[in-house]
Design a protein around this ligand. Sequence first.
Ligand code: ADP
Ligand code: MG
Length: 304
Amino acid sequence: MLQVKNVTFGYSKTKVLKAVDFKVEAGENLAIIGESGSGKSTLLKLIYGEYDLKQGHIFWKNEEILGPKHNLVIGYDFMKYVTQEFDLMPFITVEENIGKYLSRFYPEEKQRRTEELIKVVELEAFAKTKVKLLSGGQKQRVAIARALAKQPEILLLDEPFSHIDNFKKQSLRRSIFKYLKDNNIACVVATHDKNDVLGFADQLLVIHDSKIIEKDTPQHIYNHPKTPLIASFFGEFNIIEPFGIVYASQIEIVEQSDLEAVVKHSYFNGSNWLIEAEYKSESIFIEHSKEIESGQDIYISIAK
Ligand code: ADP
Ligand code: MG
């Protein structure tokens, strides 16, 4: 189990993180969200032992994670960290990068393991390609496979799919998160993409103003967003009194009701339309199956 106990940290006098406290069980997937600059990467670096802590403690099982003052070589065998930069070896191939830390004394096992990981990150077609010839997204995938090569107990991922295009993202996410679950590898994922969280994370932490403002399952946080900031992470929302925060998907257009609005614009959204309407002289947003002409009167009902 990872235990982050009451950690307060700043690079200078200003604190980036205050009294951060949480646990991650073996095999569990924890997602961390927060605006840019909220301290997500800093928290991953602290867990990895890149900085010395003045306040608080971090443990993996019974071992305390120590910073550079106490640990000549940063990092531990049981933990791997895929940074936003990925530092690979550009002049050797994808399979050589992944196999680099596997033992040469068992060539068949090394080959089998390398092939397995190349499959997990869906890079079969590039196994023999030099890394310098890959795109940013492909490099990111090699970095993840390399981090998994020696089977860590916990993996830290910093915006792991940010460079990967939408054509690949969905299946890659499923493949990697399934691999981690199947192998009981805990992971901590910093992200700003709700699709990295919903459907994969067991727990979600929200960081704001240097503090954890929410810690629960993604389902619970989605269904009970405490603040507009949290709702905005999940999608289009409105603040409508007396209902409070209402997602665009929670408003239905009905035949008749007490709540009347006028359509201002319809935005095509793929599987549905986002209807912008004026309600009590403010704009509200409604998810709807069809386009509606501007100027049309509608009745709405709120299902919360
Ligand atoms: P996030 O990953 O959520 O975008 P970061 O952890 O990178 O946030 O940054 C949190 C804050 O710490 C920001 O204000 C950033 O400018 C600052 N910061 C990050 N790294 C350093 C550093 N090495 N030295 C000084 N300040 C830093
Ligand atoms: Mg970051």
